[in-house]
Design a protein around this ligand. Structure first.
Ligand code: 4AD
Ligand code: MG
Length: 462
């Protein structure tokens, strides 16, 4: 007797094989002498049909214990199925019940809304949709590592706890062991962070970029892949307070090389998912977002359109009447504008470059015009921004001036400035929001459904 997961059994099993198959019951149907069980072990969508012929079954007394959600181990022989929807089924001779599941099991067979499933996030991976999302998430993480490893990038683990604000946007969560009810004070009445765990203020990182840069300036091409945290008060379908980010950083690489890497990277991971998660992708295409596969194939095949911020604003101004936020040069581009550019203007992903320096982070390289910086955002239809990146300011004096101009504490960035002092070079990088990439690949609508336990404003359940 051998044990294999259902995905392997349905793809390579042979009629006549004896098997032991563990899993959870999705449905049980009793028809006269035959019981049909749909068994799922999380390895694929369809699961395996288990057929019990009551006249040839070793332990019929277990049958009344079987219900939706029950954990069982089914023993039997694979046979070709005459029923619709599957080619193989297990003719079962014996069932061991490992865990029963009473009637109050919340996932009885009916359609549940994704909102409801969020309330039972500990059980929702047992549904088709969340199971498929998680398999795609897992495969995509693997593809991301493959992409960079195949190209010789070094995977660097940047810290989760940090003292510097990478984006300078003040959206950091504090990390402290001070007692909020009895804060130590300095003589002038301020909170005394000298007495905190790290002897100074510390935060959860918003991005691994700055530390990533230090490794790129030694090892050439590196990437990070880890959780990042933002105390952004944005209650939207594309923002989380805890999300995963992939951040490549490349030495001797300018903004044009950077854009090329970003484009081939996105194409690579979407192609990989289409190829390796075909059953799950068919499910998303049929039940979640009709046409999602076609959209991805279009992204894979079409060269991305390049547009400067200034040109993008010209296009957007023509449509200002239709926007909630009217645009003019200097303003930040909102989701509605990003979508307009990709969906109505370019009909493909767009890379917007050369943003006004006032709306971008301090580390971006300034252009000769003194007004714009070498930032680049990749926008995709339906979602808007999926990647943000830039060529970095490699000049010590300019970077220091920018840090001072923005009122950032120079002390916190001394090590970052050192990179510009000792062997500085052209370098660039970008960040891909992992959950945004999953949203895009699956056609799911809400970012809260593509991470196991979403954290957002006023919600840190489980
Ligand atoms: O554009 P952002 O803020 O860029 C950075 O953090 C840079 N340090 C990256 C770099 O150059 N190394 O964030 C990068 C990406 C965004 O394009 C978006 O996909 C995602 O991270 N992102 C979020 N995803 C979910 N929830 C949020 N609150 C996000 N904020 C950014
Ligand atoms: Mg951004």
């Amino acid at each position: 007797m051998i044990t294999r997961n259902i995905r392997t059994i349905t793809s390579s099993g042979k009629s006549g094989e004896s098997l032991v198959v563990p899993g959870w019951i999705r449905t049980v149907r009793d028809s006269k002498n035959i019981v049909f069980i749909s068994l799922n072990d999380g390895s694929n969508i369809k699961g395996l049909q288990i057929v019990v012929d009551k006249d040839h079954f070793n332990n019929p007394d277990v049958l009344q214990q079987l219900s939706v959600g029950c954990a069982i181990v089914a023993k039997g022989v694979l046979q070709n199925s005459i029923g619709q929807g599957q080619s193989l089924e297990l003719l079962c001779s014996e069932i061991k019940v490992e865990g029963t599941s009473p009637e109050d099991y919340p996932l009885q067979k009916k359609r549940h809304t994704l909102e409801y499933l969020r309330e039972i996030a500990h059980l929702r991976p047992r549904t088709n949709t969340i199971g498929a999302v998680e398999r795609v998430r897992s495969r995509m993480a693997y593809a991301i590592h493959n992409f960079f490893q195949e190209r010789g990038f070094v995977y660097v683990h940047t810290p989760i706890i940090t003292a510097s604000d990478c984006e300078g946007a003040g959206e950091m969560f504090n990390v402290t062991t001070l007692d909020a009810e009895a804060l130590p004070r300095t003589k002038d009445g301020k909170v005394d962070f000298e007495r905190d765990f790290f002897g100074k203020k510390a935060y959860l990182t918003v991005s691994g970029q700055l530390e990533g840069e230090t490794y790129a300036m030694a090892m050439g091409n590196i990437y990070t892949f880890g959780p990042t945290f933002r105390a952004e008060n944005s209650n939207t379908k594309r923002h989380l307070a805890e999300f995963w980010m992939i951040e490549p950083e490349m030495a001797f690489c300018d903004i044009n090389d950077n854009m090329e890497v970003a484009e081939s990277f996105l194409k690579y991971i979407f192609k990989d998912v289409i190829e390796h998660c075909s059953e799950d992708m068919d499910f998303f295409d049929s039940f979640v977002e009709k046409g999602v596969k076609k959209t991805l194939l279009h992204v894979i095949e079409t060269p991305f359109v390049h547009m400067t911020y200034t040109d993008a604003i010209k296009e957007l101004e023509k449509n200002n009447d239709a926007f909630n936020f009217k645009v003019k040069w200097g303003c930040d581009i909102q989701t509605e504008h990003e979508r307009f550019l990709t969906e109505e203007v370019a009909h493909s992903p767009v890379i917007v470059t050369d943003y006004p320096k006032a709306i971008k982070s301090f580390y971006m390289k300034e252009n000769e015009d003194g007004q714009t910086v070498r930032g680049m955002d990749v926008l995709v239809p339906r979602l808007g921004e999926i990647i943000g990146g830039s060529e970095r300011e490699a000049d010590y004096t300019k970077l220091l001036a920018r840090i001072k101009e923005l009122g950032l504490d120079e002390k916190n960035y001394s090590w970052y400035l050192d990179l510009r002092k000792y062997g500085s070079c052209t370098h660039s990088g970008f960040g891909l929001g992992f959950e945004r990439a999953i949203l895009y690949a699956t056609g799911m609508q809400n970012i809260r459904d593509v991470i196991p336990y979403p954290r957002y404003v006023r919600s840190a359940e489980f």
